[in-house]
Design a protein around this ligand. Structure first.
Ligand code: ADP
Length: 363
């Protein structure tokens, strides 16, 4: 368990961490997301004891490792915190073979030679480096070195793991299986983990919870669906690249739908618990949740059908992203196998459909 209370840190008068609070349950993985420069690495360094904060308390498994108790200042050295930290930059001992790098931390744990050997072999297998056991770091690629660094940190089964983009140095085609293995291993060794990544897909795979760091504090924390489907602040919505619109609530309908209006366009949503009528609101709609069609949908149950003009189209291997002008611009993201059949061309008249459950009102 990690608990952080009222943490602040400024560099040259600029507050990078500003009164941040965060709690991570024991044996869970929290994925920390945030744009470059939002303070993710600074936060990890403070938890590890490598940077001293200006104020705030940090507890690891209910023991204070940083902060004040009464009038007494507490600061535990990095090695006393029993934290495994995998940095973005590789930190292997250059003069030691890979197997000795991995065994390094195990030697201080009073294990037998056989136990150390067995553990080292398990770790080599996890990171797929068994055949490089006898090699030196300089004989490995960057990605392989990063995997060895990860194995060295995980080997001692620390109470806390801090992983700063640990997959970024792994070859792209190996990332998916590597993530799954890593997740399985983190669960096996029962460690509380903070996992920093830029990759939303990776966040989705690895996280028990996700926290978005911004403006020096945790802007939003929640499970995967809460973060990706129901962003609660404009900052989070922008960071996730979702559609954001200003609008107002018109009325609550009898069928439990709420009628809202964006730029004179009326839409229905199932979002509730709002103070009703004529309220200014901000809504978000995920581009992935917008259906495109070239013919007007005719099913009587379909609501929120809007006609527009296709103004932009970007095709990637896995998605078709478009911008549609429906009186205002809205972004969509769809599976290319579906959009291929529509034979989309810029300037086409197009219909978009939004399910009322997919319209999220920021609270
Ligand atoms: P992230 O990991 O989210 O990209 P960082 O924690 O590396 O962000 O940096 C957050 C901000 O703090 C940046 O503006 C960075 O320039 C600044 N910063 C980080 N470390 C230092 C330092 N040692 N001295 C001065 N500024 C720093």
């Amino acid at each position: 368990m990690i608990k952080i209370e009222s943490l602040s840190k400024a560099f040259n008068g600029k507050k990078v961490i500003n009164n941040l609070n965060l709690e991570i349950q024991k044996n869970k993985t929290l994925v920390l997301l945030g744009p470059n420069g939002s303070g993710k690495t600074t936060l990890l360094n403070i938890i590890a004891g490598l940077i001293t904060p200006d104020k705030g308390n940090i507890y690891i498994n209910n023991t204070i490792v940083q902060g004040t108790v009464g009038t007494k200042k507490v600061y535990l050295n990095p090695f006393e915190r029993k934290i495994g930290y995998v940095f973005q930059t590789i930190t292997l001992f250059p003069h030691m073979k890979i197997q000795d790098n991995i065994a390094y931390g195990l030697k201080s744990l009073h294990l037998t030679e056989i136990e150390i050997k067995k553990k080292t072999n398990t770790m080599l297998e996890l990171v797929d480096l068994t055949k490089y056991a006898q090699a030196y770091p300089h004989q490995l690629s960057g990605g392989q070195q990063q995997r060895a660094a990860l194995a060295r940190s995980l080997a001692t089964q620390p109470q806390i793991m801090l992983l700063d983009e640990p997959v970024s140095a792994v070859d792209p085609q190996l990332r998916e299986p590597f993530r799954l293995e890593l997740k399985k291993y983190l669960q096996t060794i029962e460690t509380t983990t903070i996992y920093v990544t830029h990759n939303f897909n990776e966040a989705f795979i690895m996280a028990d919870k996700i926290a978005i760091l911004g403006n020096g504090h945790i802007e939003q924390i929640g499970n995967r669906e809460e973060i990706f489907d129901k962003p609660q602040t404009t900052y989070v919505a922008k960071f996730l690249g979702t559609n954001i619109f200003k609008g107002k609530i018109i009325k609550q309908q009898q069928n439990n739908y709420l009628q809202i209006e964006i730029n004179n366009t009326k839409l229905l949503t199932t979002s509730t618990n709002m103070e009703l009528t004529e309220k200014n609101i901000t809504i978000t709609i995920k581009p992935e949740n917008i259906t495109l069609s070239t013919q007007k949908p005719t099913s009587p149950n379909t609501t929120n059908i809007l006609q527009g003009t296709l103004t932009e189209i970007t095709q990637t291997l896995t998605t078709t992203q478009t911008t549609v002008d429906i009186g205002f611009l809205i972004k969509t993201k769809n599976d290319p196998t579906t959009t291929k059949k529509l034979k989309l061309t810029i300037g086409d008249t197009i219909y978009i459909t939004i399910n009322p459950t997919d319209i999220n009102i920021l609270t």
